[in-house]
Design a protein around this ligand. Sequence first.
Ligand code: GLU
Length: 493
Amino acid sequence: MSVRVRFGPSPTGELHMGSVRTALFDWLFARHHGGEFLVRIEDTDQTRSVAGAEERILEGLRWMGLDWDEGPDIGGPHGPYRQSERLPLYEVAAERLLASGRAYRCACPPERVKQVREEAQRRKRPPGYDARCRDLAPADLANEIAAQDGRSVVRFRSPREGATVVPDALRGDVVFENRLLDDHVLLKEDGFPTYHLASVVDDHAMEISHVFRGDEWLSSAPRHLLLYEALGYEPPVFIHQPVILGPDKGKLSKRHGATSVSAYAEQGYLPEALINFLALLGWSKDDRTTKMSVAEIIEAFDIDRMGVTPVTFDQTRLDAMNADFLRELGPEEFFRRAAPFLERALPEDVARPLDLTPLLPLAPLIQERVKRLAEFAEYVDFFFLPGPLDYPNAELMGKGFRDNPAGALTAVEGAIAALKAVEPWTAEAIEAALRGLADRLALRAGVVFTPLRVAVTGKRIAPPLFETLAVLGRARAVERLNVAAERLARPDD
Ligand code: GLU
């Protein structure tokens, strides 16, 4: 059987972690089996569609590297790939179901349907439609529809007895009592299909072999199976993925913080780290392996290692994984990925394009320290900032010289003299000179280095001092130390 899977996002907002995990599993499965992965926009609920959402969702998939073989932007042999552009197909299917008696028209106005639902809830009955129009004589129904100015919907004639078995690739057969199914709507008053009709018609028309989706859709699956049967279609294989929980064990949602792909991209997570992390939410290669490249995951991915137990979105684990992937990048690649974050963080008057090449020796030292690329600018912005740096004098003194500007001044002036004499200008020679200074002052190195670090970087947390000075250059280092010395000499300004 050839593998064809689809990702069917509704364009209602951002691409969230739950949906992107589904897209990822679709994609991994297709790539593992040499099949096709397609994107289909499920925009049949016009009231929920949000302008621009489709583009943002596609953008998120692109950023993740989940490329598709057919989709709304690139077309393909089964297009169009937006459900709102496929209305005639759903209408034909609905007409077929009407003709075979598996569906019927319903003239009940929305207010009545709502009342019926509320009444059922009050009586603790299944909250569905009471099937009032199901067995109306054709003439009576025609009258009712006329009385509604021609408005009607098409409903599925659900069986009242027996059970529907949903074969799920992970759970085995899941049995649903038919008496609990109501006569759900297939075609709405506005001519748009519901999710149920549209997804069945399209999965068939697009020759979808496997449907991966969140387990919140499991309860819809009997409706879908009955529709496949009524239309004479072969159903695909269903794989309902386990729910993703937040740290509080509630279903993962916005209240757990950043849950959209774009928010993760903006903070500087690497797509390959996110892929590794998300792949493990419901799948594993074996009982040990946690860190994998995308190629390794594709190679190993299959349904037999998927599970149904709820999975927890562990942000700490994602951070650690991201830090790991960041550390393993080559220095040039690291800078290539980090550069846009620095561009964004630096003020507009800094000349562009930025040249990061002189900083390459520092890359591994920074890579050891950052967890997310958004932190990168913090470590290097001072190389690019023109003019004097902005920091409070207290920072300059640190704990070692607290309330002791004269002491800090001695350290800074000593460093200026020592650095002027360093030869050659290398991290090693700089280190020797500054450690010599600390010895001469009979102070701990940390105490002496704090004012120097703040003077040249503007902050206390920065890449290691000697390497930083080596890259910054003697002239700029001395210039910044002079500014610091002036500030310490006039501590009350
Ligand atoms: N459009 C549905 C959603 O937004 C897709 C469900 C499915 O894949 O069948 O989640």
